[in-house]
Structure formats: structure tokens, C-alpha cells
Design a binder for this molecule. Structure first.
Ligand SMILES: C[S@@+](CC[C@H](N)C(=O)[O-])C[C@H]1O[C@@H](n2cnc3c(N)ncnc32)[C@H](O)[C@@H]1O
Length: 251
């Protein structure tokens, strides 16, 4: 319990605006939910034996992972985040020449749809997908990014800042590869990793030592890095753009 409160105090020290949220009843409900989840599951993580630069939350089942991921949204007031992240992301995306009005974009793990709105600001045709988009969301559809409902080779660009919420990174990469058109673009906004002084929050399920480790994981799977740019807000991280490489024809 002490750890949870200490983490919250550190976040408030970094961003005093969080104090208002911390005093809200819904935030206390969230803390109780986190404590219950930690008591039930032990807040355990495991390291893949052949890839110790990554760790994964040790869920007891896929259903538990889904319930855990779905539980965050109801506890948050995202009004300020929705406004500021939309602006920050829009400005970061503006410099990418591959994004043109009419470009189709799928945003994975898009929750309330802030990133979708940033792409709309640039004239793109964008839609989001999330395990919990809340009620009456005009920007984000319900769905699981490990099993996406859309056809293969149907989208120009995939964006996600939720890679740290995957249950199965290989399945997620497989879906991204399937969904992108040949030559499609993958844009990831990745938070800094463990060796870069950043630790997972209570909903993260996949964590890297360094952003370079995540980049290497994708580079092994036919994604060529075409652009990298660090940023500081809303958390210290990096925007990485990858071009899906054509696979060699079967003999
Ligand atoms: C840290 S939040 C980021 C939300 C949003 N991208 C934003 O910046 O506001 C991570 C999101 O990923 C979603 N998520 C986690 N696992 C998912 C999955 N398998 N499929 C779709 N969405 C998922 C969660 O529901 C949550 O909304």
C-alpha cells in the first residue's frame, strides 16, 4: 500500500495539477482497485528467458488481462490530457511527410480517442480501437489489438502509444503487419524503459529496458526505422516511425 501512495506522491510532485485529481473520490476508488488487484495477483512480472530486455506482467489468464486493462478508463478525468496531448501529438506528426489529408490511420489502444483527433486535425481519416472506449465514443471502436476486426492490407498508417499494454507482443506485431498496406507506416510513441529511469504504472503489462530494445524487436520483423524523435510530454519518450518492408516472394 505504501508503494502505491508513494508512487502517487511522486507523480503529484512531478505534476502538481494531479493533486486536484488525487482528492477526487473516483481516484480513491481507483487506488482501492489497484490495491485489491495487487493483493490478488501479487503485482508479479516475469522475464522472457530468451529476451531479458523485456518483462511481462504475470496475469493468471487472458480474461484477467482484459479486465485489468478495461478497468483504468472509468477512474480518470482526461479533459486536460485530451486537450494537451492532442496538440503535442499533432505538432509532432505535422513534420511527417507520409501523412497527407485522406491518409487512413488506425490507432490501437486509443481509449477516449485523443490521438484520433490529432490525426483528424491533419485531415487524415482516422479511427481508434480499444478494449474499453467507454460509452458513445465517436472516435474509438471496441476491439482487441491482438485480434483486429479489419481486413488485411487495409490501412496506410497504424499509430499506437499503448505497446506497453500488450499481452502478447508477437501477436500485436503480427496484427500490425497483417493490417498495414504494403509499404505502410507504423508510428509508435514509446515511453522510456527501466534502464532509462521509467517504471511501469499499475496498468502496464509489457516493459522494456530501453526504447532501443523495442525498436530492435520491430526491426527484426520487417519494420525499417525511418524517423526517431525524442519528446518530454506527456511522459519522457520517443516517437519512432517504421516503414513495413516488402517480404521476399515465396520461391
Ligand atoms: C495508457 S492507455 C493509452 C490510451 C490512449 N492511447 C491515450 O493516449 O489516451 C492504454 C490503453 O490501451 C488499451 N488496451 C490495452 N490492451 C488492449 C488491447 N489488447 N486491445 C485494445 N486496447 C487495449 C487500454 O484499454 C487503454 O485504454
Amino acid at each position: 500500500m505504501f508503494g502505491v501512495l508513494l508512487d502517487e506522491a511522486k507523480k503529484i510532485a512531478r505534476n502538481p495539477k494531479r493533486l486536484g485529481q488525487a482528492l477526487h473520490l473516483r481516484r480513491w476508488r481507483q487506488l482501492i482497485g489497484i490495491l485489491r488487484f495487487n493483493a490478488r495477483t501479487g503485482n508479479r512480472w516475469k522475464t522472457a528467458p530468451d529476451a531479458n530486455q523485456f518483462k511481462q506482467r504475470a496475469y493468471t489468464s487472458y480474461e484477467e488481462y482484459v479486465r485489468h486493462q478495461q478497468s483504468k478508463f472509468g477512474h480518470l478525468d482526461l479533459t486536460e490530457y485530451d486537450r494537451t496531448y492532442r496538440e503535442q501529438l499533432r505538432e509532432r506528426l505535422r513534420s511527417l511527410t507520409s501523412l497527407q489529408p485522406g491518409t487512413s490511420v488506425l490507432c490501437l489502444g486509443a481509449r477516449q480517442g485523443t490521438e484520433v483527433k490529432a490525426f483528424h486535425d491533419l485531415g487524415c481519416f482516422a479511427v481508434g480501437l480499444d478494449l474499453n472506449p467507454g460509452k458513445n465514443n465517436q472516435f474509438v471502436l471496441p476491439g482487441d489489438f491482438h485480434h483486429v476486426q479489419f481486413p488485411s492490407a487495409s490501412v496506410d498508417v497504424i499509430f499506437t502509444n499503448s505497446f506497453d499494454h500488450t499481452f502478447d507482443p508477437q501477436k500485436l506485431i503480427g496484427e500490425i503487419t497483417r493490417l498495414l498496406k504494403p509499404d505502410g507506416l507504423l508510428i509508435i510513441e514509446a515511453i522510456q524503459g527501466e534502464a532509462e529511469q521509467s517504471s511501469p504504472d499499475y496498468y502496464a503489462s509489457f516493459w522494456w529496458q530501453k526504447i532501443d530494445d523495442l525498436v530492435a524487436l520491430l526491426a527484426q520483423q520487417n519494420f525499417k526505422v525511418i524517423h526517431r524523435a525524442p519528446f518530454a510530454q506527456p511522459w519522457p519518450g520517443e516517437q519512432i516511425c517504421f516503414r513495413l518492408q516488402p517480404t521476399s516472394p515465396r520461391p
